[in-house]
Design a binder for this molecule. Structure first.
Ligand code: KG4
Ligand code: ZN
Length: 345
């Protein structure tokens, strides 16, 4: 089955073509980062308009890469949520319109299920069951995964998501949006021994996270340095380093705990923050202490992309799931524990 995947939930337009027999045939992405950078964050209306502009050319591009025509598509999967409602509607309406014209099935996919399954596109995909750490701009969750749609939430952030904390720390340090990669780059020049930031909620049992205290600590530290006239480039790099170490360590401590609690030996890490090199190093250390292995998507499939949506959609379409004709879905808030396993294996 050849499935076209469409992702438009936030600030990247992603399209890909996944063949359930041959694997990923093509993928293409347009990032809106440069457009939103001027405003320091995603402007929803601009995002929707840009998806409208980019989506059809990207679909043509992907079909061209695979030397295929639209008629050769067997199904279409699109991100139905969670995300920005206007942005989601661009993907949903395009997918439904195309599917109607071609007379093929179409299915709305959960964005985080896409992230969760992205490592399945790699050469050595993890077997079920595994523990998944989902770390993106909007989510920080630990999930036990027993199969497609068989997800048990083990813990999540009670306030900011890890990516959001990175983005806010970046703003405090005067860095551009999106902050994660920029904080990481600045942290490279930081002295790891100069400051130690708190590892929130690691001193008590449980698998929930909280990053708002760390955010406040970061702001207070920056203000104090500034007040003493010491906020030079080196100090900013040291703050970035201390912040990054604290987030990576906190996530690694909780992952290790989740592996202990479940007795599982596979850890999947996905979502934008999984691109962070220091986080990966900490997770490898934590997992190796338990004899566990860590699985990631390749770099460009850590952040939003069409391939993960094509893959996740294909698994459910294969099992016979599809949207009702004309019932396009755009669900801004959609807890992942509302998902079910596909009816047929
Ligand atoms: O998964 P994603 O592309 O979009 C959402 O679904 O939210 O994640 C975007 C988030 C942003 O907060 C961004 O700052 C963060 O991932 N991010 C990173 C890195 N690359 C992206 N955070 C830390 N280090 C990175 N290298
Ligand atoms: Zn995402």
């Amino acid at each position: 089955m050849r499935v076209l995947g469409i992702e438009t939930s936030c600030d990247e337009t992603g399209v890909a073509l996944y063949d359930t027999q041959r694997g990923l045939l093509a993928d293409a992405l347009h990032s809106q980062i440069a457009m939103h950078a001027e405003y320091g964050g995603v402007v929803p209306e601009l995002a929707s308009r840009d998806h409208t502009r980019r989506l059809l050319p990207l679909i043509d591009n992907v079909l061209e890469q695979a030397s295929m025509g639209r008629q050769q598509l067997d199904a279409i999967a699109y991100t139905a949520g969670p995300g920005l409602v206007g942005a989601l509607m661009v993907g949903a309406s395009t997918a439904h319109g195309m599917a109607r014209a071609l007379g093929i099935p179409v299915l709305g996919v959960h964005h985080m299920e896409g992230h969760l399954l992205a490592p399945m596109l790699e050469n050595e995909p993890p077997d079920f069951p595994f523990v998944a750490l989902l770390v993106s701009g909007g989510h920080t969750q630990l999930v036990r995964v027993d199969g497609i749609g068989r997800y048990q939430l083990l813990g999540e952030s009670v306030d900011d998501a890890a990516g959001e904390a990175f983005d806010k720390a970046a703003k405090m340090l005067g860095l551009d949006y999106p902050g994660g990669p920029r904080v990481a780059a600045l942290a490279e020049h930081g002295d790891p021994g100069r400051m130690r930031f708190p590892r929130p909620m690691t001193d008590r049992p449980g698998l929930d996270f909280s990053f708002s205290g760390l955010k406040t600590h970061t702001l207070t530290t920056i203000r104090e340095l500034d007040g003493r006239g010491q906020l030079d480039d080196q100090a900013r790099a040291d703050v970035a380093r201390a912040f990054e170490e604290a987030v990576a360590d906190t996530l690694a401590i909780k992952c290790r705990r989740a592996l202990e609690q479940t007795g599982l030996a596979r850890l999947v890490v996905a979502g934008g923050v999984s691109a962070n090199v220091r986080l990966r190093a900490r997770l490898e250390e934590a997992a190796s202490k338990r004899g566990a292995r860590v699985y990631y998507p390749r770099g460009r499939f850590c952040t939003d992309n069409g391939a993960m949506i094509a893959y996740a959609g294909a698994q459910r379409l294969l099992a016979g799931e599809q949207d009702e004709v004309g019932q396009m879905k755009a669900v801004p808030r959609w807890p992942m524990d509302q998902l079910h396993a596909p009816d047929k294996p």
